[in-house]
Design a protein around this ligand. Structure first.
Ligand SMILES: [Mn+2]
Length: 315
């Protein structure tokens, strides 16, 4: 065992353990041991209407402390592969472009260590840094973006690194983007949707929810559009506000919990997922259920990554 000290501290009940995803003990929480890393990025400088996503990562990690290690869907304990929770990245106050650069630098180091990174936002801007770093490691990959918004503006409120431009940042590095759950498109985005028509595929929420697509063919259409390697960018406002009201811009007609899991699971079954983020949780003081929903999805993602039988050769 490498870290006697960690074993000592992790087992002492006098220390708070809810700063560590699932409250894991050493060695499962140790960086060296862990196959995956939780990267908290409490950044929300460009949020449009309601700020507060800076509190998202902390609340997700706190909620995860109460999850069971056993995953009933998979019949496994995904945490046995190790999950290390990093300290939060300090926001770079010089501006969103500097912050994205900082996130890129952190991802680059983590990818060198062959970790599977699950980044917790924070606003959607943070994804740009991840995708930039992934491009240096993987020549070719797709992005699966779950979102209510297309986020394909060139710039917004004076910066191209706005949360409303997240997809526009990601498409610089990814081969293509498949967006699912979209139900809010700004008129100024229509040109870019047209310009990127070969590399941007939109699955509108209305089509996922419509009676005649309940045959789930929409999931296979998403799978067809995605390349062999996929970065998963999950903006929680993709979900319906009845289950996920804790976002800056809750829009009706969103995705369901099991509907989203079904899609994600299928992606992990058929593709190599090279990294993921879960962004835009804006915790509500009077309702903690959304925090648990986000924590559960985070743990599902790690379970699907390491405990699912895959159709591709895992390295
Ligand atoms: Mn969104």
């Amino acid at each position: 065992m490498k870290n006697y000290k960690n074993v000592f501290y992790a087992n002492r009940e006098i220390f708070r353990r809810d700063k560590n995803f699932l409250g894991l003990d050493s060695p499962f929480s140790d960086f060296e041991f862990a196959k995956s890393v939780i990267l908290p990025v409490p950044y929300d400088a460009t949020t449009s209407i309601k700020s507060g996503t800076r509190n998202g990562p902390e609340e997700i990690i706190r909620a995860a402390y109460l999850l069971e290690e056993y995953e009933e869907e998979l019949g496994t304990r995904p945490c046995q592969h190790g999950i290390h929770t990093l300290n939060e990245i300090e926001p770079d106050l010089r501006g969103p472009n500097k912050m994205v650069e900082r996130i890129y630098g952190v991802w680059k180091e983590l990818l060198k260590d062959e970790k599977f990174v699950l980044m917790l936002g924070g606003e959607h801007t943070v994804s740009g840094g991840a995708v930039k770093a992934l491009k240096e490691k993987h020549e070719s990959f797709s992005v699966l973006q779950l979102d209510a918004h297309a986020d394909i503006r060139d710039n917004y409120e004076g910066t191209e690194f706005n949360h409303a431009c997240a997809a526009n940042q990601m498409i610089k590095y990814a081969d293509n983007i498949v967006q699912v759950g979209i139900r809010c498109v700004a008129p100024e985005e229509l040109d870019n949707i047209k310009n990127f028509k070969d590399r941007l595929h939109i699955v509108y929420a209305k089509d996922v929810n419509h009676e005649y697509v309940k045959d789930k063919k929409w999931i296979e259409k998403v799978i067809d559009k995605l390349g062999d390697k996929v970065y998963l960018s999950f903006d929680l406002d993709a979900l319906d506000p009845s289950i996920m009201p804790a976002v800056g811009t809750p829009l009706p007609g969103g995705l369901g919990y099991y509907q989203s899991l079904e899609l994600i699971k299928r992606v992990f079954e058929t593709k190599e997922v090279i990294g993921a983020d879960l962004v835009e949780l804006c915790p509500l003081p009077e309702n903690i259920a959304p925090n648990y929903l986000a924590a559960k999805i985070a743990y599902k993602i790690l379970g699907y990554k390491f405990d699912l039988l895959n159709n591709y050769e895992q390295t």
